[in-house]
Write a protein that binds this ligand. Sequence first.
Ligand code: TYM
Length: 347
Amino acid sequence: RKVIFSGIQPTGIPHLGNYLGALKQWKHLQDTASPDTKLIYCIVDLHAITVPRERGLLTQNKREMLAALLAIGLDPTRSTIFHQSSVPAHSELQWILSCTASTGYLSRMTQWKSKLQSQSPSDTATTTTTTSHPALKHGLFSYPILQAADILLHRATHVPVGDDQRQHLEFARECVTNFNHTYAASVFAPPSTILSPARRVMSLRDPTQKMSKSDPNPASAIFITDDADTVRKKIKHAVTDSENAVGYDPEGRKGVANLLEMVGHLTGQSAEEIAGDMKGMGLGALKGRVVEVVEGELGPIRERYAEVVGREGYLREVAEVGGARARESAEETMRLVREATELGGEC
Ligand code: TYM
């Protein structure tokens, strides 16, 4: 049976990178999946507590993320939408997988290495150990095991994500091999990665960096609830280059290429085609086109978001129903895991 699973951190309103790289694909899969395909979308609050935050913010972020997922068109009667912490088996399976996961592999993960580097004096970055950095928490190190547990707990066959999650997916497949080998079992099967065509949307302020929720400059990203005026201003000020003519050169003209690709992902054309259609035009015209297609896509989402975010009772109900369905799905797997590991048996 086909099972589609994916997750997003409740660390703020999703941006155009999250939307084009993942959420639009989630909705597309929902709308095109055969009736017997299971669709599970998770708001990963346990992953979000790996970084410090003020009291109250997580609750707010979780509610806003749920509202955003409904606003982009996920249907809670078709897709299971839930908060990760409402299914304790995510943490339980994480521990069990951690007992067969390799620390060597984890320490080579690029996300961990970049965290390590950003916390270390640059000249010692590659040699320092984690023990000398009190700001580096173990949760950041074992983060990929929890992500593998998310996926395997629901025995996902397909995981739609953006490019930055590819390595985490490879690690999840490694967890499958380690677990099945250790317990001479075939409880898990390796999940496939589904990369959307928009695998890496870049920052509007620095087109060499990916658009990111953790970027402190809000002008670097378009959030899916930004109003029309904000969208227009952010795109107008997007960093491009000094050549005032539309042309697609993903290596030499990264800022312009990012804008062309955005239009392409929203209209279904290729970036080359759009550049061809706009040949001879200036960058102002290209930015105008970006504003038009982004606004066309986000306008209705923004309206639905405003309508749903205040309906606290409804949001709670959606989360409760989703949580109950996800616990059921988890329990099927945990029965097999407990049997394989002798953790659930009678003594
Ligand atoms: P997160 O919350 O950072 O991002 C959610 C999704 O958005 C994609 N994405 C992007 N795609 C294209 N361009 C960008 N600039 C961009 N920025 C983000 C991400 O690839 C992701 O698909 N570790 C995960 C959450 C997670 C998860 C899982 C995902 C936890 N468990 C199980 C899949 C399966 C994360 O932090 O995503």
